[in-house]
Write a protein that binds this ligand. Sequence first.
Ligand SMILES: [Zn+2]
Length: 310
Amino acid sequence: MKTEKLSNVVTLKKALEQAEKGNYAIGSFSPRYTDMIRPILRAGEKTQSPVIVQISQKELDRYGVTPFEVGEEFYQAIQDEKITIPAVLHLDHTKDFQVIKDAIKAGFTSVMIDASEHPFEKNAEISAEVAAYAHAKGVSVEAELGMIGTTDFIETDKDEELYTDPEEALEFVKRTNTDALAVSVGTAHGVYNVREPKVDIERLKAIRALTSVHLVLHGGSGVPSEMIQAAMKIPNGGVSKVNIATDLELSLLGALGRKERMTNAVCKQLPENQKRAGQDAVEQTVIDKISNFLNSADQAKNFKLYMKKS
Ligand SMILES: [Zn+2]
């Protein structure tokens, strides 16, 4: 299946440009299990909101799934469910260049290189190399500067927090040519049971004042709506992508009455009625995020979709 046949599958750059103009953010939802890709797309269709479906390198390993399986299900679901809203298939936090190459081959329209564990120079060098590779293939790039913490080590493997420096962000974007930048401004991955969510709005404003790169907020699960709203509405283009993973999995596990995470294989083998209940719960959570956190409902109509890759 080829990406260019589906005019509503767009790059991250195209999606975020539109979101920034409209002062809303697009949810980057992690299904974690391939069977949870459909409910994300259905929620987007029902609310007429653009959506991003994402999975990280660490999630691919943890849940036992390949970029090819994710790509196959994503494109199949779009066709089966007659999805018309703009959709992005995004590779979240990835360190390994080979995984990035595989994802691009599998039809991902956006990839994130996370070299944030390295000092500035090395991070910029690695991110620039990935950006040049991806751009040549018509794929968008997200990179990370500063370090975003984690509480559950599912998406990333380090709980170190280092806020993004605005001056460094300017230099980083110049050197890497990245389309989107994951900034560290107080949010963290996982459940906020060990720290309070916060968003440093002044820092976001300072970064925006220096660069026009699209701003991405990670660790969106459990962040109060007012904080997300404020981050979206900073002058000259606020946060236009918010990553949400944990809340989707919590709603899935809740519907199944499970405490433990599964593997993708175990999820696939769930009895149909259970799987359906899990999918419905995920769909409902995505609809709630779109309607009450991201303000992205009814925005699909503002996209100009051409019959070619953007
Ligand atoms: Zn993240």
